[in-house]
Design a protein. Structure first.
Length: 82
C-alpha cells in the first residue's frame, strides 16, 4: 500500500471531520511494518449513537414501501423475495 494513498484518505477524513483509524501497513510482515503513519498512530472512532429500533410492523411497512418503489422501475436492479 502506498503511503500517499493513506495520507490522502486521512486528509479527506480531516477535511470532512470524519474520524480516521489507521489499522496497519499491509504486506507479508504486518506486525513488523506496524501501524505508525508519519510517526503517529491514528485511533479515532466515530461517536456511538443509540438508535430506536422500530416495531416489527413498522419495519415490514418500510420494507413494503421499498419493494413498491422498486416495482416502479421497468427493469429493477434487484429483486426482493419473501
Amino acid at each position: 500500500m502506498r503511503e500517499e494513498w493513506v495520507l490522502s484518505i486521512r486528509d479527506l477524513c480531516l477535511q470532512a471531520r470524519v474520524p480516521f483509524f489507521f489499522k496497519q501497513w499491509g504486506g507479508v510482515r504486518k506486525k513488523r511494518n506496524g501501524r505508525s503513519l508519519q510517526g503517529r498512530t491514528y485511533d479515532a472512532y466515530p461517536t456511538r449513537a443509540n438508535a430506536h429500533i422500530p416495531e416489527r410492523s413498522r419495519c415490514l411497512e418500510l420494507a413494503d414501501n421499498i419493494q413498491n418503489s422498486i416495482r416502479t422501475f421497468s427493469n429493477p436492479l434487484i429483486q426482493l423475495t419473501a
